[in-house]
Design a protein around this ligand. Structure first.
Ligand SMILES: [Zn+2]
Length: 320
């Protein structure tokens, strides 16, 4: 601004004008600095959204990471265990690794793959290389459903290089139980399906009075089975199956889960039209608060086992 004033100035009048403008600017700078206005005006001091939320003693954090179109959730247990469910698509792998590094993570205690579609495992080889996990869970698949994709091969290679074995994720397995916290698989069961989505590992996380349900891409046939099996479905937070597609989150299932909040993990303007309008309407009619990674970026639910809060405006692991 000062430079432009000087450049425009010509002759004696202009020189005086420039001098006054200069004095004015110096005074303005002094006033703003001394009154704290400087902090509000200076772009350098604009408070950046904090990446890692401080974790109070006894708190569980559940992060729904914005990785574009796909799924990735990160759980930090009250005892400090780091668990990752899915790793988004291939293009998000490096950004997800940086995001996790920014969280101060050096190693993951547990990695869960819900099912080996690219939008869930594309970034997994990068994650496995950066954070060799203690345990790795994935559902076992019938021969006809085993992917031939490059990202699947790369994930298997990374597991091999780490010396990681694949532990089968299936209904009834409880990978973690400690101090009021329990993580269990509700699916897959023994059913056979045409769609790989329905082999998704469904995860239920309980801490104190609070429950979280992660559906992967499980569709209505799985929801119906879970209802028929009388699986413990009630959850405060439902990570909707299949990115809010109308293949999932059937009315009967939603009633049984009875969540206060639903999270939809999908990319902005994705080619599948996720989430489907029908599902948004269904959630609204059930008075469920909707959180979306495509419109709100990364989200974090925090609970001490009693109270539950959602944090938004958190940096994404992916920018379109
Ligand atoms: Zn998916």
């Amino acid at each position: 601004m000062g430079k432009r004033t000087t450049r425009k100035s010509s002759g004696k009048k202009g020189a005086w004008g420039g001098l006054f403008a200069g004095i004015f600017l110096i005074l303005l700078a002094w006033i703003t600095r001394s009154t704290g206005l400087w902090e509000m005006l200076s772009p350098e001091s604009t408070p950046a959204a904090s990446l890692s939320l401080p974790q109070d003693a006894g708190e569980l954090q559940v992060w729904y990471i914005d990785i574009g179109q796909g799924d990735s959730q990160y759980i930090r247990t009250p005892s400090g265990k780091d668990i990752l469910i899915d790793a988004g698509d291939t293009y998000a792998g490096d950004s997800l690794v940086s995001w996790l590094q920014d969280q101060g993570i050096e190693k993951l205690d547990m990695v869960i793959v819900t099912h080996p579609h690219a939008d869930h495992i594309g970034g997994m080889s990068a994650v496995l290389q950066a954070f060799p996990p203690d345990v790795f869970y994935m559902p076992s698949l019938p021969e006809s459903q085993i992917p031939t994709s490059r990202c699947y091969e790369e994930m298997l290679l990374a597991l091999e290089e780490n010396g990681n074995k694949i532990t089968t994720a299936k209904a009834g397995v409880i990978p973690l139980e400690e101090e009021g916290l329990r993580l269990e698989f509700l699916a897959p069961g023994t059913g056979t399906y045409d769609s790989l989505n329905n082999y998704s590992a469904v995860v239920r996380l309980t801490y104190g009075e609070r429950n979280f349900l992660f559906m992967g891409d499980a569709e209505t046939p799985v929801e119906e089975e879970l209802l028929a099996n009388h699986s413990p479905l009630q959850a405060d937070v439902l990570k909707c199956g299949h990115h809010g597609s109308n293949t999932s989150t059937s009315l009967a299932f939603l009633k049984a889960v009875s969540p206060s909040a639903a999270v939809i993990s999908c990319g902005a303007d994705n080619e599948y039209g996720h989430p489907h309008e029908e599902i948004l309407t269904r959630l609204q009619q059930a008075s469920v608060t909707i959180y979306r990674t495509d419109t709100q970026g990364t989200l974090c639910a925090v609970t001490n086992g009693h109270s539950l809060s959602f944090h938004t405006d958190l940096p994404s692991a992916w920018e379109d």
